[in-house]
Design a protein around this ligand. Structure first.
Ligand code: SF4
Ligand code: SF4
Length: 310
C-alpha cells in the first residue's frame, strides 16, 4: 500500500533566525540515512536553499496568473463584472468599459465566468518562476516571485499544486518532504503550514525572537497543526537557559537548540550543509552535536506518529 510522505514545514516568525539552515540540514540528515527527500523552497521573495547546497537554479518554468482583458467589440458596458468583483479590481464608470486594476486582482476568474457577452478574455501574465534540480541527492523545488510582483501566495500555491500532482501520480516517490517558508505569519506561510504533518518554528533567544515565536505559534495553533520549536544561536548573549525555561513555562516543546558555532558560518561559505556526511566539519562540534539531537527527536516524533497509525 502506498503511503504519503511526512511533510515537515520549517518556519519562523522573523527573518534571519536560521530556518533555511535548519531546513537544509534536516533534509541532509534524512538523505544521509538513505531517504528520498524533496525540499520545497517557499520563501519565494528570497529563495536561497540552493545556495546552501552550493547548487544552481535549473529547469526554469514560468508561473502564469490570470489577467482579465476586456474585449471592447463585445462588451455592452453592463457593469456586471465590476459589481461582482470582490476585490474591486474592475473600475466601471457609467457608460464606460470596465478597466482592470491588476494590482488588486485575485485571479479568481469570476468576471470571465459571469460576463453575459463573452467580453472578457482569459489572458495571463507571468508572476514568477519555478525551478527544479537535484543537489547532493536531494530534490529541490524552488519558487521565485518576479521583482515588482506582489502575488507571492500564487507562486507558493503553484509549488503546492506540483506537490499535489506528485502525491497523486507517485505517492511513494519521496520518503519525506521539507517545506521552507518565508519569515512572518501571512498567507504564503499559512498555505505551507496547512500542508504539514509537523511544523518547526525556528527562533532565537531574544525578546523579539520570543514575541515572533508566539505570533507564529498563534497561526500554527489556528491551523490546528502540531509543532516543535528549534532555538538557533542559543548561546547568544548568555540568555539560553532563561529562554528555554520561558518556553517550557509556556508549554512550548522544542526539538533542540543550536549554539553559535563557526562551523555553521563555514558551511554557509562553502555551500555545503553542516550535516552532510561528505562534508569536512568537526563532528564533535557544538552545532553538529545539536543537529544530531534535533534529528533524533524528530525521528522519535515520526516513530510515534507511525505507531499511532497517522
Ligand atoms: S460583464 Fe462583460 S459586458 Fe458587462 S461590462 Fe463586464 S465585460 Fe462588459
Ligand atoms: S479575476 Fe476576480 S478579482 Fe480579478 S478582476 Fe476578475 S472578478 Fe475581479
Amino acid at each position: 500500500m502506498s503511503k504519503r510522505p511526512k511533510v515537515i514545514t520549517i518556519t519562523g516568525g522573523k527573518g534571519g533566525t536560521g530556518k533555511t539552515l535548519c531546513a537544509v540540514n534536516i533534509a541532509t540528515m534524512f538523505k544521509n540515512e538513505g531517504k528520498n527527500v524533496l525540499l520545497i523552497d517557499g520563501d519565494v521573495e528570497n529563495p536561497n536553499t540552493y545556495l546552501l547546497f552550493g547548487g544552481t537554479l535549473e529547469d526554469k518554468k514560468e508561473v502564469p496568473f490570470f489577467k482579465p482583458t476586456i474585449l471592447q467589440d463585445k462588451c455592452t458596458k453592463c457593469g456586471l463584472c465590476a459589481e461582482n468583483c470582490a476585490t474591486h479590481a474592475l473600475l466601471h464608470i457609467k457608460d464606460g468599459f470596465p478597466i482592470p486594476i491588476l494590482s488588486v486582482c485575485s485571479g479568481c476568474k469570476l468576471c470571465y465566468k459571469i460576463c453575459p457577452s463573452g467580453a472578457i478574455e482569459a489572458d495571463h501574465k507571468i508572476i514568477g518562476w519555478k525551478y527544479q534540480s537535484r543537489v547532493n541527492h536531494i530534490s529541490l523545488l524552488i519558487g521565485e516571485l518576479k521583482p515588482s510582483e506582489a502575488r507571492s501566495a500564487a507562486v507558493v500555491a503553484s509549488l503546492l499544486q506540483d506537490l499535489d500532482n506528485i502525491f497523486k501520480k507517485n505517492p511513494d516517490k519521496y520518503d519525506v518532504v521539507i517545506l521552507d517558508t518565508a519569515p512572518g505569519a501571512h498567507c504564503d506561510v499559512e498555505l505551507l503550514i496547512e500542508k504539514s504533518n509537523l511544523v518547526i518554528p525556528v527562533t532565537e533567544p531574544t525578546k523579539f525572537g520570543h514575541l515572533d515565536l508566539l505570533r507564529i505559534i498563534e497561526l500554527i495553533e489556528l491551523l490546528n497543526k502540531p509543532y516543535k520549536a528549534i532555538v538557533n544561536r542559543s548561546s547568544l548573549l548568555g540568555y539560553r537557559d532563561q529562554f528555554l525555561k520561558e518556553l517550557s513555562e509556556n508549554s512550548i516543546e522544542i526539538l533542540g537548540d543550536i549554539p553559535l558555532d563557526d562551523d555553521v558560518v563555514k558551511s554557509y561559505c562553502q555551500g555545503t550543509p553542516l550535516m552532510d556526511s561528505e562534508g569536512e566539519f568537526n563532528k564533535s562540534g557544538e552545532a553538529y552535536k545539536a543537529f544530531h539531537i534535533i534529528f533524533q527527536n524528530l525521528k522519535n516524533w515520526m516513530n510515534e506518529e507511525s505507531n499511532n497509525g497517522e
